[in-house]
Design a protein around this ligand. Structure first.
Ligand code: ATP
Length: 365
């Protein structure tokens, strides 16, 4: 598949006060495929907006090259790039109606009137705002304003659409609705979407692939399943979902099966594709929902006893903290499949835990 956007060793530093430099983006290599929904995900200040702004042309890289559909873009101003950006604050003109806001960019291009009219009506239909076309932005809800901003970007028929936290100002319910709408629209139109967010759930729900950033660096790129189920670094494991991160010493290894000792006490079997040596210290990640919790020991490997230290009822599931050794507790989430609360475990109760070897990730750091 062709690459829609390619970043080759792209860095950006800003000069701050007293000649201090901030390295906002640090040697980023990234290929975004044509027609994919790609999210840049990371905490505040990790450099995702700067990356997006460099693709849009609002910032120039300090070093490195940016290509859009194989064309070098470094010296192209924003309006000469085949991209459009949808911002979080919508940036609508308050004195223009919905239609006029959408028409604005096309009028700047001096397109013939009938074509402008045709394209506006298509865009309005696409975002389901045909009946509100004569309203002003102040007469619209947040979600509707967001749709106008989207229509204004779509009407220009860009090959690549860039989104900077576009749903940040919406309440949770509307946000979830818009996530699905955006995803469906992207699939229908086949436009490449590059979407900046700090919300891991949003990235997991919407994206074909996600690039996780921290401190200017791209730490891992993969599908939502790859990122969630096979995190490669402690940061990714911690930032996306909840994780139990343990360290263990290798006691045995054979045929990609490793035995580890955690806290010199808990023996764990883990599957591994890489060579390890006895005595090596490894970091492992266990997702809370991958641990089974039972009243009785079922006699398999990776079976431990623990004591419930905390139990929090969360509706769909219950989150337990279970003490395994004097130094190690782990978090477990168990789905509440029954209404019956006697199925739950109480604080102080001794329970048996089971973790399948395939459900434990080893970190490469
Ligand atoms: P957020 O989610 O808060 O928008 P972000 O991940 O998008 O964060 P950036 O806005 O790209 O992060 O910022 C990355 C780093 O670069 C931060 O340390 C920020 O303070 C710095 N930075 C961004 N823009 C400028 C600027 N114009 N001048 C100086 N420093 C900047």
């Amino acid at each position: 598949m062709n690459n829609a956007v390619e970043l080759v060793k792209v860095s950006k530093s800003y000069h701050g006060n007293r000649h201090r430099e901030t390295l906002a983006v640090d040697c980023l290599n990234l290929n975004i495929k044509t027609g994919e929904f790609f999210s840049l995900l990371g905490p505040s200040g990790c450099g995702k907006t700067t990356t997006l702004r460099m693709i849009a042309g609002f910032e120039s890289p300090t070093s490195g090259e940016i290509y859009i559909h194989k064309q070098a873009m470094n010296h192209h101003p924003p309006f000469h790039r085949p991209v459009n950006t949808v911002f979080q604050n919508y940036a609508l003109f308050p004195h223009l109606t919905v239609s006029e806001n959408i028409a604005f960019g096309l009028e700047m291009e001096n397109l013939p009137r009938p074509e402008i009219r045709q394209r506006i009506s298509e865009a309005l239909e696409l975002v389901q705002l045909t009946n509100l076309q004569n309203r002003y932005p102040r007469q619209l809800s947040g979600g509707q304003q967001q749709r106008v901003a989207l229509a204004r970007a779509l009407v220009k028929q860009p090959k690549v659409l860039l989104f900077d936290e576009p749903l940040g100002a919406l309440d949770l319910k509307l946000r979830k609705e818009m996530q699905l709408e955006l995803k469906q629209m992207q699939k229908r139109l086949g436009i490449t979407f590059i979407y900046v967010t700090h919300d891991q759930e949003e990235a997991l729900t919407m994206s074909d692939r996600i690039g996780v950033m921290n401190e200017g660096k791209l730490l891992q790129v993969g599908t939502p399943v790859e990122i969630y189920e096979y995190p490669k670094t402690r940061f990714v494991a911690d930032f996306i979902g909840e994780s139990n991160i343990l360290t263990g010493r290798v006691t045995q290894h054979q045929n990609y099966q490793i035995n580890l000792l955690v806290d010199e006490q808990l023996s764990l079997s883990v599957a591994s594709q890489t060579e390890v040596f006895p005595g090596q210290i490894l970091t492992l990640v266990i997702r809370p929902e991958k641990v089974g919790i039972f009243s009785e020991n079922n006699g398999q490997n990776n079976n431990f006893q623990g004591i419930i230290e905390e139990s929090i009822y969360l509706g769909t599931d219950t989150r337990y903290r279970v003490k395994l050794t004097p130094n190690t507790s782990i978090i477990i989430r168990q789905q509440n499949l029954q209404r019956d609360r006697t199925q739950q475990y109480a604080v102080g109760e001794t329970v048996n835990l089971f973790i399948s070897a395939e459900n434990i990730s080893l970190l490469v750091e």
